[in-house]
Design a protein around this ligand. Structure first.
Ligand code: NDP
Length: 435
């Protein structure tokens, strides 16, 4: 079926990004780790090293995935898979797919998050496992994740061909696009183990929280104290991730889950890019205990928390509006809306409501602005000696600008004239008056 290729970039963009991601991302992850941990967080120092030693230099610093690294990944992955299956949770339905399939989930993310963090800190507190070991083997862990996740993506590709879990699956007719963008929208193992919930939420997002705590503990063990910069960074990242798990069932209605198929793009990204790049500001701070002072630290913290709240409120507003069929209050008033009809791939006519007031009346993807600002707030405790702690913010900005365009294109082909009406009413994409 052609649906997979219809909703994504052109073939040329797909090939270019596929080849770039496959060839550049693995060395980038290793070089990022090397720069943060062994080169004072300095791109220049790493660049000088590579200039002197060339490809052999890259080979020399590339850690071999050790047994300890594989063990850490396996124990963490198995623990998260167990929690996903075993913890109780409310039955939740995802949005109806283009083929009329409604995925059913068990909403136990917040419980899994709490159990994970309590277990991890408890293991450290009672002297059973020292999280500093994870930091000390970080390069080997990333190196193992690079390889392991690639093999996992091959498994997803084969599963999509041989044993798809639902009707929301199919080939675009092109091996590379199938591997890169994925074959299945809702791959599962058995009836209830949802693979995308595992890769995106329980492995990717959870590893972000676990590594944030790891960096804090490592700094504490090295210096006997945690710097205020590290505290601000960790608190903001943990609040953001807590918000994510609080709202996890809402995430199951977003593009990542309801539109992007399980392939290299999303799964490799969540399994490798999230633990390495998303955690990188904290990774930098381990060796750079910047002292901010109470006033600055509290100011950054307050602005960061406000951004996380606004981002959450945008998502909440949209979901509340859709859940109540527009019968809710938005900023104290009845919402203004567009009743948009569209045709499914089966030829049925359906309607969706588009909110045109509140945050969604400021710009069509306003929620990305506080998301980017929040990321800036947990990066800025590193101050301005090096660029690398800001790499995540720069990457996120590019990702979200691209995502806003992808989403606009998808909604435009779904809602046609109704989307045009929305664009006329709300002309800006992310920043009102600017873009
Ligand atoms: P969403 O999927 O939540 O929102 C976009 C979808 O909402 C559209 O595809 C459309 O879907 C529907 N929609 C669009 N406009 C309206 C409207 N006016 N009223 C009602 N529904 C509308 O977006 P994202 O998945 O991009 O974002 C979700 C959250 O995840 C955000 O907080 C974002 O910041 C965060 N995020 C974080 C990333 C990170 O790496 N840190 C990356 C990406 C997102 P439909 O077909 O149902 O109409």
């Amino acid at each position: 079926m052609a649906e997979a290729s219809k909703t994504v970039h052109s073939a040329i963009v797909t090939y270019t990004s596929m080849i770039s991601l496959l060839t550049l991302c693995p060395p980038f992850v290793i070089l990022l780790w090397y720069s943060m941990v062994h080169a004072d967080g300095s791109i220049l120092q790493t660049f000088e090293y590579l200039k002197q030693h060339g490809l052999q230099g890259l080979k020399d610093i590339w850690p071999t995935p050790s047994l300890t690294a594989w063990k850490i990944i396996a124990v963490f992955g198995a623990f998260e898979a167990f929690l996903q299956l075993a913890l109780p949770g409310k039955r939740v339905e995802g949005p109806i797919s283009p083929t009329g399939h409604i995925p059913v989930y068990k909403a136990n993310g917040l419980q899994a998050y709490a159990v994970t963090l309590i277990t991890y800190v408890g293991l450290w507190w009672f002297g059973i496992f020292d999280p500093a070991i994870v930091y000390d083997h970080l390069g080997e862990i990333f190196s193992a994740l690079v390889v392991g996740s690639l093999i996992f993506c091959v498994f997803l590709y084969l599963k999509g061909h041989i044993a798809p879990s639902s009707t929301d699956s199919g080939s675009s007719g092109n091996v590379i696009i199938d591997f890169y963008w994925g074959m299945e929208l809702y791959p599962r193992i058995g009836k209830s183990f949802d693979i995308k919930v595992f890769t995106n939420c329980r492995f990717g997002m959870m590893s972000w929280a676990v590594l944030a705590v790891t960096y804090c503990i490592k700094q504490y063990e090295m210096n006997g104290r945690v710097a205020d910069s590290m505290l601000v960074n960790t608190v903001l990242m943990l609040v953001y991730i807590t918000k994510f798990f609080w709202w996890e069932a809402g995430y199951w209605c977003t593009m990542d889950i309801a539109h992007d198929r399980a392939g290299f793009y999303i799964c490799w990204g969540c399994l490798v890019w999230v633990p390495s790049v998303y955690t990188s500001p904290g990774m930098y701070l381990v060796n750079h205990p910047v002292h901010l002072g109470t006033k600055l630290a509290v100011s950054i913290l307050v602005v960061g928390l406000l951004c996380i709240y606004i981002n959450y409120d945008c998502d909440r507003q949209r979901q509340e509006f859709r859940r109540t069929n527009g019968k809710c209050l938005i900023w104290g008033k009845a919402p203004s809306k567009i009743v948009a009809s569209y045709t499914t791939s089966k030829g049925e006519t359906k309607t969706s409501l588009l909110l045109t007031s509140g945050w969604w009346g400021l710009a069509r993807h306003f929620h990305y602005a506080p998301e980017i600002l929040a990321a800036f707030c947990w990066s800025v405790p590193a101050l301005f000696n090096h660029f690398l702690p800001y790499f995540y913010v720069v990457f996120l900005t590019i990702l979200l600008v691209d995502r806003a365009k992808r989403d606009d294109d998808r909604c435009s082909s779904k809602y046609k004239k109704y989307w045009k009406t929305y664009c006329d009413k709300v002309p800006y994409r992310i920043l009102p008056g600017i873009y």
